[in-house]
Write a protein that binds this ligand. Structure first.
Ligand code: SF4
Length: 347
């Protein structure tokens, strides 16, 4: 029975048919009034999860084919299931009250996953004017077109790896599939300027130089980057590996922000022999001036996406701040960026 169920994509982690149920992140369920939880950072995007165990086998992912993690987990977040009509009515209300700015449908890869995503996009679009992200793996530009035609406002590609080497090693993808996906992202970005997002995870074995090169290339296509910190999840193949060192992640958050702001370019930056960032091509004063607002260290992604506690536990080290930083937090973050720079003034 399980085998038959897992083949079809119109099911949820609970095994329930799509038509009647929907999985929501715990924080989203609370904002939509479906659950009581205590949190100091509510999601400003409603996160929906579609599909059961994935056909892919990414070593870091709770939903991977060979993962032993909880079936209702994605990253370190749990995704309870609700009645579809109840969830859509909660979403419609939350958006009308300004409690959420966007809805993001996260989809595990399997047969008919894109078609099931289009169905859900249409259902959400009919229920509410909330901007919809489809974080799904289209197979070709035709499917990209169809997702936008169904009502998606943005498409989020799960590239995750910063380079082909890591893509093949950690996502267990065939050589050549990196180029295929890279080309699809490029054509999607050219066909739908400013409407494509790409997820990149820091800490999967790439160097800061490899990550920066990819951030620059995507930014040159007008792609928005959703930056994540690798988070070890129990039951996954990478459960015993550490998250990225915080100073390294701060340097990458700064590079994503500064490249997006047009203040630095990969070609003008400096890297150590191990591929660490040692210069942004700016003086220290220019760097502090650019980072003083703190936005660089907040969750990066689509407008309104703050992904609270996706990559960290409440009360622990914050990788992505889901809210504006305090002056002390910002000062600490900037100090971590500056500490590894080669020359005084960071030139
Ligand atoms: S950046 Fe956020 S809203 Fe955009 S696709 Fe990714 S998770 Fe969804």
């Amino acid at each position: 029975m399980l085998r038959a169920v897992t083949e079809s994509c119109s099911v949820l982690p609970s095994g329930q048919p799509l038509e009647s149920q929907l999985s929501l992140s715990m924080g989203t369920a609370a904002v939509l009034g479906l659950r009581r939880i205590t949190t100091d950072a509510a999601p400003t995007t409603a996160y929906l999860l579609l599909g059961g165990r994935c056909a892919m086998d990414c070593a870091f992912c709770a939903q991977a084919r060979n993962s032993r993690a909880r079936a209702d987990a994605l990253s370190r977040v749990l995704w309870p299931t609700y009645d579809l009509a109840e969830a859509l009515s909660g979403l419609t209300h939350a958006y009308s009250q300004g409690q959420v700015q966007r809805c993001c449908i996260q989809v595990t890869t399997r047969r008919h996953a894109v078609e099931a995503t289009m169905r859900l996009v249409r259902q959400v679009h009919q229920a509410s004017p909330v901007p919809i992200c489809a974080a799904v793996q289209p197979r070709n530009l035709r499917q990209v077109n169809e997702l936008f035609a169904a009502g998606a406002e943005r498409i989020g590609f799960g590239l995750d790896a910063a380079c082909e080497r890591v893509f093949v090693q950690v996502k267990h993808r065939a050589p050549g599939s990196w180029q295929q996906l890279w080309s699809l992202i490029e054509s999607g970005a050219k066909s739908f300027p400013g409407k494509i997002s790409v997820h990149l995870i820091a800490g999967l074995g790439e160097t800061e130089q490899e990550m920066t090169r990819t951030v620059q290339a995507l930014a040159d296509w007008g792609v928005t980057i959703g930056l994540f910190a690798f988070t070890p999840v129990r039951g996954t193949a990478m459960e015993n590996l550490p998250p990225p060192p915080l100073p390294s992640y701060r340097r990458l958050q700064a590079v994503n922000f500064l490249i997006k702001s047009g203040l630095v370019r990969f070609e003008r930056m400096g890297f150590s022999g191990e591929g660490k960032i040692v210069s942004y091509g700016l003086t220290e004063a220019q760097l502090i001036d650019a980072l003083i607002g703190g936005q660089a260290f907040q969750t990066a992604g689509c407008p309104g996406c703050n992904r609270p506690y996706y990559n960290e536990r409440p009360g622990r080290v914050m990788y992505n701040y889901p809210r504006p930083l305090t002056p002390q937090e910002n000062q600490a973050a900037i100090s971590l960026v500056l500490e590894a720079l080669e020359a005084p003034g960071g030139g």
